[in-house]
Design a protein around this ligand. Sequence first.
Ligand SMILES: C[S@@+](CC[C@H](N)C(=O)[O-])C[C@H]1O[C@@H](n2cnc3c(N)ncnc32)[C@H](O)[C@@H]1O
Length: 303
Amino acid sequence: MPIEIAKPKPAPALEQNSSDPAFLKIRDLVYRISGIYHAEEKLYLLTSRCARRMVALELTSPAEYLEHLTVRGNRDAELRLLLNEITIGETYMFRHPAQLDALRKVILPEILQAKGVHGLKRLRFWCAGCSTGEEPHTLAMFLLEEKEKLLAGWTFDILATDLNDNSLEAARAGIYGEYALRSTNDRLRAKYFKDAGDKKLQANDLLKSQIRFDRINLRDDNKMLFQKGMDVIFCCNVLIYFDLASKRRVIQHFYSNLMPGGYLFLGHAESLFQVDDTFRLVHFTGTTAYWKAPATLPAGGKK
Ligand SMILES: C[S@@+](CC[C@H](N)C(=O)[O-])C[C@H]1O[C@@H](n2cnc3c(N)ncnc32)[C@H](O)[C@@H]1O
């Protein structure tokens, strides 16, 4: 499932009318800042999230809340708090095993060979829209497991980013319950986690040290320009609520941030059909990925 732009708990005391012009302006503001677009039929989800912030601020009208988001001194902070309410990410460990198979069997051997020629024995991965960290922790376990095999003599780093401060805080803590760990086997649990009480496990220091978490809004062009040199980017179940223009912009950034020969993974239900034609679609068993062909390769399909 992509970003859950809601499943609101019973809305706070305020009854909100989704068609209030102030909500439409807030919808546009959220879209402009984050790329997340609430179509008419989803507007009630936005209003319910705004209602929570209005209760916290003791405001009674959407117009007042719009003012908080636009003209008050702390508007950036308030917008950030609203985005934290809106972007709640559904995720779990080992959500996309076919992607890991593709990495092990095809993608990494290919990249290692190309980079190895130049003596560059370092790999860079980016989980963009990592939510509470299950995806980068999965990747870190996978890469650590390959350290004595495929990746012998290589180092790697994982950048994991999201715009939701609360999700990032949880990701940094690395404490997970059975729901998040349901596809993680006992051997990996014992090797990379420690008991955190309350039937929860916490990522151990070795696992945590593989990942650098940062807040990056995918619609922030300034920050997106500075994430160069990636070998593989995962942006799974994030762009599905973006409109076409926002998707295009983000995908262009991913393209320029990837090394030639690098790969982009999206979620299973997502595709770049009619979004982008610079990447090449590559099929693997059970999954697909988008490949940035090296400049020397003639136009046409992959190999
Ligand atoms: C459904 S989760 C995906 C988690 C993980 N990638 C997976 O597939 O399991 C979507 C995440 O995208 C994040 N997100 C939404 N809009 C974003 C934006 N403009 N910039 C960065 N992250 C964003 C949300 O905060 C949320 O954590």
